[in-house]
Design a protein. Structure first.
Length: 147
């Protein structure tokens, strides 16, 4: 379930269905433990260090990074998820990546840089879906370890 305290969203997984049991927070001791401890403290109402731009040393994405991540999520929704009627790379480019693009199908599309860029974005979205998001959540250290 997703709960809000008016400032943050908390994603909570309840493992027991007995409402009389006290809540417990389980935090795995891995490279993201500090982030998870900070999130659990915020969930319990413990005030943070006052900075809204960082959580336990993990910076929020910039506006550019946020828009790119939104684009990658859109690509996953439109091109990768088959039950939603996946689009071709040309349809995806026309609708989401290059709105108003005039490049038609056939040889012109196959030799265009727009096609190659669209294919790279689709590949990046798939990589993010298949575990690359973990590096994003891990912050700088996690990205450097996976590189």
């Amino acid at each position: 379930m997703v709960l809000s305290d008016g400032r943050n969203l908390h994603r909570v997984c309840l493992l027991a269905d007995d409402p009389d049991l006290p809540l417990a927070i389980v935090v795995p001791r891995d490279q993201l433990a500090a982030v998870r401890f900070a999130a659990s403290a915020r969930f319990d109402g413990v005030p943070g260090n006052g900075t809204s731009s960082e959580i336990a040393g993990m910076p929020y994405p910039s506006e550019f990074q946020r828009r790119r991540l939104e684009l990658l999520c859109d690509i996953l929704d439109l091109a990768v998820v088959p039950e939603k009627g996946a689009l071709t790379s040309h349809q995806l480019a026309c609708q989401r990546i290059y709105p108003g693009m005039t490049i038609g199908r056939g040889a012109e599309w196959k030799s265009s840089s727009h096609r190659r860029h669209t294919q790279r974005l689709i590949g990046e979205a798939r990589a993010m879906m298949n575990g690359g998001y973990r590096a994003l959540l891990a912050g700088k250290e996690g990205r450097q370890k996976q590189s």
